[in-house]
Write a protein that binds this ligand. Structure first.
Ligand code: MN
Length: 345
């Protein structure tokens, strides 16, 4: 018996920085979100996988224009039409349901719009895909009940996969300076509540690729929790993270599975801190140009400006003034840290 291969991606946040009626001309990041979405789906287009799981947050927010939904579901429909089943978990940005449901309707696209289970039968064995949409009301307490509603216990398969969009105890986010691990709050599923009959959990929601294999006491758990992470960096907090997608290889006979992370080549992203205390605009301009000089022209940059700033300096770090200082291919913004309300976003 050969292996069953699955493509797992999540948090594509399509529609990010893609205004329908842009007021100003500047490079938008919207396109690169689509480029990496398509790149992540390549193993499905080339026939290298037997199924696709999208772990949720297809879109960047819940209210999205109809043409964005069409653009997002076009590749998934194409993959589904080639005979590769697609499983989608509605995330929090979908308000737990997929907008314009009819666009997404295809006999090979399976959406976890309610707690439910789907069986995939292949020559190499069968997989039960169990899942439910993002649950905003105390998933920690409700998890066992929601699991019952999926009906997984009445169904037989070689492999059981749980597809969700939630924090599981032990999942972590952060940067070099700031780190947070989800543990005790109402929106966190206890890792030991996951039924041991499952082979793995595939989850969206956490934007950093990681695999949880231990509980809070440090004991190894029998069901690994795999986060593919987002396919693009959705904020500067993620600037140090390698983005990508996961390919899962399943040996149904041995009831075992392995995963491989495939990195995507995202644009370089930098946060640069400048202490501008006592600087005039001319001096600060020189400092900024020097700092940006060695960066790739394709970079996404945020300047964090410290210190009391005069009006001349404020207009220097306005969005339009900064854009005039850098190549048009660069995305740049500045945040004066001492003035909370001021933003060039
Ligand atoms: Mn997300």
């Amino acid at each position: 018996m050969g292996v069953i291969r699955l493509l797992f991606l999540s948090d594509t946040h399509l529609g990010f920085d893609m205004p329908q009626k842009p007021r100003i001309q500047r490079r938008r990041r919207g396109e690169e979100f689509f480029i990496h979405y398509h790149k992540a789906l390549e193993p499905a287009f080339s026939g290298d996988v037997d199924g696709v799981v999208h772990g949720g947050d297809i879109f960047f927010r819940s209210r999205v224009p109809v043409d964005l939904v069409q653009k997002a579901f076009a590749p998934l429909t194409e993959i589904a039409s080639q005979g590769v089943p697609v499983y989608v978990v509605p995330g929090n940005h979908e308000r737990s349901s997929i907008p314009y449901r009819l666009i997404a309707s295809h006999s090979n696209i399976h959406i976890f719009d309610t707690p439910r289970s789907y069986i995939l039968r292949t020559a190499m064995g069968s997989i039960l895909f169990t899942g439910f949409p993002y649950e905003r009301d105390n998933i920690r307490r409700r998890f066992p009940d929601v699991m019952l509603q999926t009906g997984w216990k009445n169904l037989k398969a070689d492999i059981y996969l749980l597809c969700i969009h939630h924090c599981v105890e032990g999942a972590s986010v952060g940067t070099q300076n700031y780190h947070y691990t989800f543990r005790y709050t109402n929106d966190v599923i206890k890792i030991n509540d996951i039924p041991v009959a499952f082979t793995a959990v595939l989850s969206g929601h956490i934007h950093r690729y990681q695999v949880l294999q231990k509980d809070h006491a440090g004991n190894r758990v029998s069901v690994p929790v795999i986060y593919a992470g987002s396919t693009e960096r959705t904020s500067f907090q993620e600037s140090g993270e390698q983005k990508g997608y996961v390919v899962i290889e399943i040996n149904a006979k041995q009831k075992s599975l392995q995963w491989t992370f495939h990195p995507l080549k995202n644009r370089p992203m930098f946060q640069i801190e400048i202490n501008a205390e006592g600087m005039g605009a001319a001096r600060l301009k020189t400092v900024i140009c020097k700092k940006l000089d060695h960066l790739h022209s394709d970079s996404i940059v945020k300047l964090r400006i410290l210190g009391e700033l005069n009006n001349e300096v404020f207009s220097l770090i306005s969005a339009s003034s900064l854009r005039a200082m850098v190549p048009t291919t660069m995305n740049i913004e500045a945040v004066p840290l001492n003035y909370r309300k001021y933003s060039t976003k």
